[in-house]
Design a protein around this ligand. Structure first.
Ligand SMILES: Cc1ncc(COP(=O)(O)O)c(C=O)c1O
Length: 398
């Protein structure tokens, strides 16, 4: 069997998934899987890059070479597929490797819609590489269903890509509504659900075809790996194209990263629930604060996307929020300079809280205001985070 024909195996997962488990239990027990050889509760790592061919020239194990697949991926992919209620999942070397595989599985000349509020590097890739390669890309306000409908080109639009809540303003896309209009026009819907996580939103249940995660963020949760993942509603032709691209472009994670990701996902629910509860309290504290002009958080009742978020996010609104500093851009940068407990670093979704002046990162095409600070809330004591940010805002006032 050739490398790129090798099937992905998930041995024993269905049997081991009994009895029926709630999502938090699936994550904590990694589907309850036990290593049959050693009876180990934590699975082994398989660093091997290659696998033995049978004497009669076959590859009955289904494994040939780790650019195609590695047994260490099995359990993490099975857990993620179960959490997202999908038919299959695939791990990638990064969130960008996962996201770009979805677009590269299209054909030059295809039209795609993408949100104006989107992870900045994906916007840049769409505007540069993808456009040069031949994709036609239209950026649209995904919170405006009429605008999405108007931007669709039936027969030509093959994909709607959205991100919800979306960096760094946390715009909310109504996934059920966008899925319906995508499908009516013969397009598919792919959702970057990195911020929502399967704890709060399951886009496939709402009609999406593909879910993408930067596994670097909440899925792993400890700021110690770069990884990505896709989950598909059905294992159809576009999915097999994406799997082929993973083999051909080689955007696969190392075995250790796949193992770390599975370990991180075991605590996904308590980490994300703690962060979201804390983010809600922090958002409420800084709403109406004398030094803050806006708090952007889907859990606030006056946030424009709150009603849709309340419908499609179950149990919380996520751990990400942004504040806009009343005194302007320089005061925002000075606030970030003055924190002691928040860590001044890029990325999101770790157990430690991060603060970042996003306009410094995103460039001129970003809708990000210059006075905005992005806050990734971790699992520390909420009052420590509030006191630290309060003190930093006051110190920035001079
Ligand atoms: C929402 C979102 N999507 C995608 C990515 C890209 O993921 P990665 O850094 O794992 O390539 C990021 C990274 O910050 C992100 O925040």
């Amino acid at each position: 069997m050739l490398v790129d024909e090798a099937p992905c195996q998930h041995p024993g997962m269905a049997d081991d998934a009994e009895p029926k488990m709630n999502p938090a239990t699936i994550a904590a027990q990694a589907l309850g899987w036990i290593d049959e050889t050693t009876r180990a509760v934590s699975p082994p790592i398989h660093p091997s890059s290659t696998f033995i061919r049978d004497a009669d020239n076959q590859y009955r194990s289904g494994r040939s070479y780790s650019r195609a697949d590695n047994p260490t991926y099995d359990q993490a992919e099975a857990v993620l597929a179960a959490l997202e209620q999908g038919a299959a999942a695939a791990l990638f070397s990064s969130g960008m490797a996962a996201a770009t595989a979805v677009f590269l599985a299209l054909k030059p000349g295809d039209h795609v819609l993408a949100p104006k509020a989107i992870y900045w590097l994906l916007r840049s890739w769409l505007l540069n590489f993808a456009t040069n390669w031949g994709l036609k890309v239209t950026f649209v306000d995904m919170t405006d269903i009429a605008a999405v409908k108007a931007a669709l080109r039936p027969g030509e639009t093959k994909l709607i890509w959205t991100e919800t809540p979306a960096n760094p303003t946390w715009d909310i896309t109504d996934l059920a509504a966008v899925a319906a209009i995508a499908h009516a026009a013969g397009a598919r819907l792919a959702v970057d659900s990195t911020v929502a996580t399967p704890v709060f939103t399951r886009p496939l249940e709402l009609g999406a075809d593909i879910v993408m995660h930067s596994a670097t963020k909440y899925l792993n949760g400890h700021s110690d790996l770069i990884g990505g993942a896709l989950v598909t509603r059905v294992a159809d032709e576009p999915w097999s194209q994406i799997k082929q691209l993973r083999v051909q472009l080689g955007g696969v994670p190392g075995a250790f990263e796949a193992w770390l990701l599975l370990r991180g996902m075991r605590t996904l629910f308590p980490r994300v629930r703690t962060a979201a509860a804390s983010a809600q309290i922090i958002a409420e504290h800084f709403s109406g604060h004398a030094l803050v002009s806006h708090v952007l958080y889907p859990g606030l009742k006056d946030f424009p996307g709150h009603a849709v978020a309340a419908r499609q996010m179950t149990g919380g609104f996520g751990g990400m929020l942004s504040i806009r500093v009343k005194a302007g851009d320089a005061a925002a940068i000075a606030t970030a300079a003055n924190v002691r407990i928040w860590k001044r670093a890029t990325s999101i979704g770790g157990v430690e809280s991060l603060i970042e002046h996003r306009a410094s990162v995103e460039g001129p095409l970003s809708p990000c205001p210059g006075d905005l600070l992005r806050l990734s809330v971790g699992v520390e004591e909420t009052s420590d985070l509030i006191d630290d940010l309060d003190a930093a805002l006051n110190a920035a006032r001079g």
